[in-house]
Design a protein. Structure first.
Length: 239
């Protein structure tokens, strides 16, 4: 997505717009949009387009009050496609090295069954228009996770299996956030599900702007994305 912002906008922006519109038009009882911690103060195209999707769902919640539009935001799911654990294990099986982006890189993690259960429960308690934040526990240092996995396979880190540091990828943060302001998070009936209160007002003409993104080239699309998602602060390599 970092290399193809136009396609990212089409999938996360336009795709969400189409689905959420149809859900409202056909009287769907509930629509749940799975978001990410990367949507909070995004520094990547992925995070910014997911934040854009959250904004689209919020607007549709106002247009179609008969449908409960719910957004669920959480971090990494262990064992899911693209998860770091399978990649580490494959690198260990191949004799290393295990590649870690940065010594200080931290991420939130939860297991697939836990993530699915919490999403379903958020959908059940949601009335519409909420952004639910799942309690991910304490963030995990990726380096420590890599060292632990090497030991679990019977090897000694840096001796039997080396660890190399590849550097953060474009748009990647060392530490992700789950909400913008800890003071604006409400409890729910479930101890591990919270509600993040909406931030600033949605820009006027959001739907038309999302549609227009699909017709722009990557450079103009990225510029437009910055204007729509004001929290988006891309690093120099993405600007």
């Amino acid at each position: 997505m970092e290399s193809n912002p136009r396609e990212a906008c089409r999938v996360n922006g336009m795709g969400t717009l189409i689905l959420s519109t149809l859900a409202g038009q056909y009287g769907c009882q509930r629509m749940v949009m799975i978001s990410t911690d990367k949507a909070v103060n995004p520094t990547s195209v992925m995070g910014a387009t997911k934040r854009l999707a959250e904004m689209v769902v919020e607007e549709k919640s106002r247009q179609y009050p008969g449908t409960s539009y719910i957004t669920v935001r959480f971090g990494n799911v262990l064992g899911s496609r693209g998860s770091v654990i399978p990649r580490f294990e494959k690198q260990i099986q191949n004799g290393g090295p295990v590649t870690v982006t940065d010594r200080e890189m931290k991420r939130y993690f939860m297991l697939i069954p836990e993530a699915v259960s919490l999403v379903l429960q958020a959908a059940a308690i949601g009335e519409g228009g909420e952004v639910f934040v799942l309690d991910m526990g304490e963030p995990v240092l990726i380096l420590e996770m890599a060292e632990m996995l090497i030991r679990l396979h019977g090897y000694e880190p840096y001796k039997d299996i080396d660890i190399e540091f590849s550097g953060p990828r474009p748009g990647e943060k060392l530490f992700e956030e789950l909400f913008y302001d800890p003071e604006h998070v409400e409890k729910t009936s479930h101890e591990k599900i919270f509600i993040s209160k909406p931030g600033e007002k949605l820009p006027p003409g959001l739907e038309e702007d999302v549609i227009s993104l699909a017709g722009l080239d990557d450079s103009k699309c990225l510029s437009k994305l910055h204007s729509l998602v004001r929290e988006f602060s891309a690093p120099p390599e993405l600007q």
